[in-house]
Write a protein that binds this ligand. Sequence first.
Ligand code: MN
Length: 736
Amino acid sequence: MAQKNVNKTFGDLMREVKQYIHAPKNLSLIEKAYKYAFAKHEGQTRRNGDPYITHTVQVAYILATLRVGPKTIAAGLLHDVIEDCGVTPKEFVEHFDEEIYTLVDSVTKIGNLQFTDEKEYQAANHRKILIAMARDIRVILIKLVDRLHNMRTLQYMPHEKQLRISQETLDVYAPIAHRLGISEIKNELEDLCFFFLMPEKYHEVAKMVEVRKAERDQHVETMIQQIQELLAPLQFDLTIFGRSKHLYSIYRKMTTKNKRFDEILDLLAIRIIIDTKDKEAKTAKLDCYEVLGYIHQEYFPIQGRLKDYIATPKMNMYQSLHTTVVGVEGQIFEVQIRTKFMDDIAEQGVAAHWRYKEGTRYNAAREQKEIEEKLSWFRDIFAISEDMDNAEGFMDAMQRDLFEANVYVMSPKGRVIDLPNGSTPIDFAYRIHTEVGNATVGAIVNNTMVPLNTILKTGDVVQLKTAKNTGPSEDWLKFVKTSHARSKIKSYLARREAEDRKPLVEQGEKIYKEEMGKREIDPELITGKKLESVPALFSFGNLPDFYYAIATKTLPVNAIAEKLGHKKGIFEDLNLTRLFKSPQHKNTTPKSVVKVAGIDSIKIELAGCCNPVYGDEIVGYVSKGQGVKVHRSNCPNIAQGKRLIDCEWTEMADDQKFEAVLHIDSINRNYLLTDLVTVVSQYKAALNAIDSHVNDDRITATTIMTLAVSNAEHLRVIMANLAKVDSVRAVERMIL
Ligand code: MN
């Protein structure tokens, strides 16, 4: 472990990079990223006192050893500038490009994920979310390497953090490295976690390995020489070396397979790597089998230990021949035989794969196809459909599949919520809590106010605006995706309907009794025994429904009276009574705002249907016993000429506000609501309510805004500017 902690310099990085990246524009991109990161991290230090830039240089260096492309190296150098240096997206993109920005931004987002909720904490889920959030395999590579370097320097962290980070690394990052086939990183991560989580065990195993080392090395050395001589006639380009198992795997074998340390360690291991150069894949494989033949001819193979991972690769693309043989002096050797190409995949997995994809000096389509075939393990993990036949298609399909099933969005605090694809802020709200869903009035996604029917994407940060005394709208049922939200909305609406109906039922009963009482009708039909039979006369099953119909004017009282045997009833003009039935919009108006010619002691109210605003042309309507209702003169709810009385606005206080309801017809588009709200706030009107929905045609949208404005001129200016908003087709004042 120790030598890996020696910091590499930028010079070391460039030397490593130049082994496989040659284009001047790519090299200068990396230099530019370094200079930029250096300037931005200037003055920042790590816990161990090193300048912060050393961390990003190490990350880039390790990435270079994985032979990733130039943009990924640049992103490695820049991976902390957004989080730690406050570089804005705009500034970043100006210096680099959208692609590198997206890599860095995704790394940052993953870094901010919080899985602290114990109940929801499941390592497997966490891994899946992390991969989904990353969207790009390069992001995972950068994040893995970032974690690796942080683990290498974990001793400078407080003990508690060491434990937490190590556990997370062991649960989440090491398995991802394994799945991606990057055994180099996986092994090192595991050993580091082992060291911090179980220091005694770690030292115990390390000591046992050390004690036997000299003896083991001698056996291995002899064996290597023998094999080299044995294979000389083949004239292959070979590398043969002994290898040691990493400590955590020894420990795990001891505990899970219940084996003695001796049994595990006595197994000496040798690896033979054949550089097959440009040979066809088929020929390269035959070379491996040929070497195996030589080995088995010379050394006695142990039965049941021959494994052919070339013919049947492991899930993570691993290919190799394994055999166990008895050496000349009786030692047991496990021998691995593979090509250089197979070894790259074994050590670096997807990183190696990606290298071929980004296409630097490796560009053999043949080898790429080979890899794609091996990548079938991805399908298994993510249950991807079979219909893909090339590399691009494969990665796209993997991501598409992952995203089509689910989106992962975050609360502002980084809590991850997974939702089915197509979910909206309302689905998100109900997932948080039913009460939150019921109180939601607005949503801010990635710092922008959006309509509530906006489709969320993975990585979106969703913040909800809630208000008391509101409730879900029936329109929400048109766009919510989750059945959970749907059922919560429906049950709320049903409850509200029952509650809403109750006063109407009571009101209907009152109307019935009063109106019928005024007429010469059999009292038995009004309050007596015959009452129960009345609803049936009008095709209603019960009294509440009957009363409800009366209150809502679907059943006119005169029709009832006629049927119940009365001839000369007087009844209110239904149109007139309707004027006063929307108390929710009642504007209680100080008398001084409007004056009625010739009268000063009379109750004056602004009508809730047309909501007159100071300066509007108005007219008063005299209602029996209820004073004067002030309507806009063009309000269709006033019967022309009857009971109308002139009135006019008086001087008023500056802070007096009037409510106006606007109906806005538009083509649906993103951020429309934001633009509308912006106009309202630009002209300093208060937004009391807003309700927006996409119409059934999926093309147009309707928005109803309730504003508090100072006067008619103020309202006119706002309406004119709302009408100028892109995609708005009409802005009208509503008459309810
Ligand atoms: Mn970092």
